[in-house]
Design a protein around this ligand. Structure first.
Ligand code: SF4
Length: 332
């Protein structure tokens, strides 16, 4: 890896030093400069953002590296493809107040921040109007008031962006305010940080996550076994050892994990680490991500092949989110 700091015990430092310039990414991975104009053009619409430790898990010289494919801006992102839209999953229609989304009965989702530890090129929220989301704990109060007033809710999800890009003092304060709402039972965190910057799993994080009366759950997001090196494995073990149930969601992505081998290897790696494969998502049809789409017929075939190789608990549910539906559609 040329000119890159590839690991750090300090997650803030790793976030701060993340690669934002496509030229730096191409140089670090010995990839040709000819890719640069398209990468720069696509990064104007959705910037490149990839920490050195994640880039360090990529294979230099391989444009088909499954991790690189998830972060390298490509010219195809600028193609307008019918059926692919800015708000692919109906977030706007389900927004109850700034930063509060409710699509399903009994749980609601807080957009805690617009920041992420990595910019996934296929992200369903790549066009989300994060500038309208709350910026501080006090800004969350209108959303918290709605949660307080609705005793049909028993679970709150912290999402984003990635909630774990916020500092632990802020998250601890938010967790306390949620725990003070009597009808809430569970606090669920959706995060890719333990995969991207495993040093994010700090003692302070475990303290607030496990330190309220709410039952914690963490849903991580890994798409390929190559993302899970020893540092990631150790951080996942810290969460499980602290008593936090860990689930994984993946997105089915062309050129990343659309093979039986890739999906089986990922499920085996996860289950060995005590992480339950939860969802395999059909790609949300967000503008700029059409080149990642895998036909549902192929996804069904892949799940059928996984069933022949894995125990039932290691096969994720293959789901699709359709805006306005009462739950995710289970495809297999
Ligand atoms: S970490 Fe999640 S929210 Fe952030 S860019 Fe990736 S998919 Fe989107």
């Amino acid at each position: 890896m040329r000119g890159l700091k590839v690991s750090s015990a300090d997650w803030h430092a790793e976030l701060k030093s993340a690669v934002r310039d496509p030229a730096q990414l191409l140089t670090a991975l010995d990839l040709p400069d000819s890719l640069l104009p398209a990468a720069r053009a696509a990064a104007k619409a959705f910037p490149l953002f990839a920490p050195g430790g994640y880039i360090g898990r990529m294979t230099p010289g391989r444009l088909d590296d499954p991790l690189l494919r998830q972060v390298l801006p490509l010219g195809e992102e600028l193609d307008e493809v019918p059926g692919f839209a800015a708000d692919a999953v109906g977030d706007a229609a389900a927004t109850k107040s700034a930063g509060l989304i409710q699509k399903y009965q009994s749980r609601a989702l807080l957009i805690t921040t617009g920041a992420c530890a990595v910019h996934c090129r296929y992200c369903f929220r790549r066009h989300f109007p994060y500038s309208t989301a709350p910026k501080s704990v006090d800004d969350w109060e209108p959303a918290l008031d709605l949660i307080r007033a609705d005793d049909s809710l028993d679970e709150v999800l912290l999402s984003g962006g990635d909630p774990l890009t916020l500092v632990d003092t802020t998250l601890a304060e938010l967790a306390e305010r949620l725990a003070a709402i009597p009808h809430l039972k569970r606090l669920r965190i959706h995060t890719r940080l333990p995969i991207i910057i495993p040093a994010r799993v700090t003692s302070e994080l475990l303290a607030w996550l496990c330190g309220t009366r709410l039952t914690p759950l963490v849903v991580i997001h890994a798409n390929h076994a190559q993302e899970i090196d020893d540092n990631v494995a150790n951080s996942l073990a810290r969460l499980v050892d602290a008593g936090v149930p860990l689930l994984n969601q993946s997105v089915l992505l062309r050129g990343v994990n659309d093979s039986t081998t890739a999906l089986v290897d990922l499920s085996r790696r996860l289950t060995d680490l005590r992480v339950m494969p939860y969802y395999l998502h059909q790609l949300d049809r967000v503008a700029g991500a059409a080149h990642f789409e895998v036909p549902i017929s192929r996804g069904l075939q892949l799940i059928a092949e996984m069933r022949t190789q894995l125990p039932g608990y290691a096969v994720p549910r293959y789901v699709q989110e359709i805006a306005g539906e009462a739950h995710k559609r289970v495809l297999a």
